[in-house]
Design a protein. Sequence first.
Length: 426
Amino acid sequence: MSVSAVSASAVSVSAVSCVLNRVVVAPSGFKESLSAQAAADAIAAGVRRVLPSAEIDRIPLVDGGEGTAVALASATGGRLVALAATGPVGEPVGTHFALLGARDTAVVEMAAVAGLSLVPRALRDPGATTTYGVGELIRAALDTGVRRVLVGCGDSGTSDGGAGALQALGARLLDADGFELPPGGRELTRLARVDPSGLDARLKDTELLVACNPFNVLCGERGVARVFGPQKGATPAQVEELSAGLENWARVLIRDLGVVGTDLRGGPGTGASGGLGAGLAAVGARLLPRFDVLLDHLDLDARLARADLVLTAEGALDHQTPRGKIPAEVARRAKLHGRPVLALAGTLGEGAHDVPGVDACHGIMPAPMALADALLRAAELLTDATERALRMVLLGSRLPGRAAQAAAEVVPPEVVSGTQRPSSVR
């Protein structure tokens, strides 16, 4: 993580609203550090130090990854169902799915059974990990009698194209000699035939929805193995092996399951969670933009419309943020109501200042420190950073006349660090 300073445009935020009576706090979680709820609590604590009388509306946001089932169960008055299932490295793990308040919809969070956080660092090989447990959770959800299953994609530790999930749902994946393939994405290069005759018959009568990032595709130069494989521990050689396996996986699925009307190779969301999107689409699932599916349960737009200031956050703000990350979605929706947005992040990377709708961004690190220490102290760092950023906002509100605008446009070089630089309100 790098040291970073408040963007010069943070001073100009106060020009939008000098009186901050209502602050909306709408962060995502920080991977392997803070849940969305913990991040919201940490930011709210920082707001309270500066604006003790402000109304703080905490909206911890999920993107289909870790915390999705808990958040949606809480938002709808539903409940969690705890059980054991096969984890990403093949060992049983304690996991859960959610039954929403109406009791006709179940939410399966793939990260709760096949997420990267469940893969020990010494075993991070996306060629070997499996989504088998996702299929087991879908089956368990069907056992409750629901008519709709929503699968949240994100934070995965797998790259098997959803092959494991389909095996758990009854499909047989066979090599050229008719033997069942073992788990893992690297085995997909040997796939010769998919036998769907044993698929759970209840799938035909169930609405299967997948909440996914539409920017993630299965194959090609921007395919999921190439984009995310290295983050999950794949070497360059393994990336090419996984890419070839997923190409073969798509070809065989289209042929043997008679997939029509869906582009399994390059369709939006097919690469979600290491290709789980494509695997589930092959058995009839609809792949939907995750925020369209998830955020409506939280009444987000109406709550943003009432804000004087919106605070959002994520672990890294950079050029990837506009490609389906929570801060970009919060900023987009906030701007529909003309609300100013301040983003906090563990790191500010290339493109942090170019996220549409984000008026200012601020890194939470006050000084260089080891990653392990930063992860351990994330809540403390986030609270302190929120306080620093808001004090800068209030300073801007006290500048006379047009001095605030001038201060935003002319900033001594030492105020800007890293890749952060002055940017205008978007």
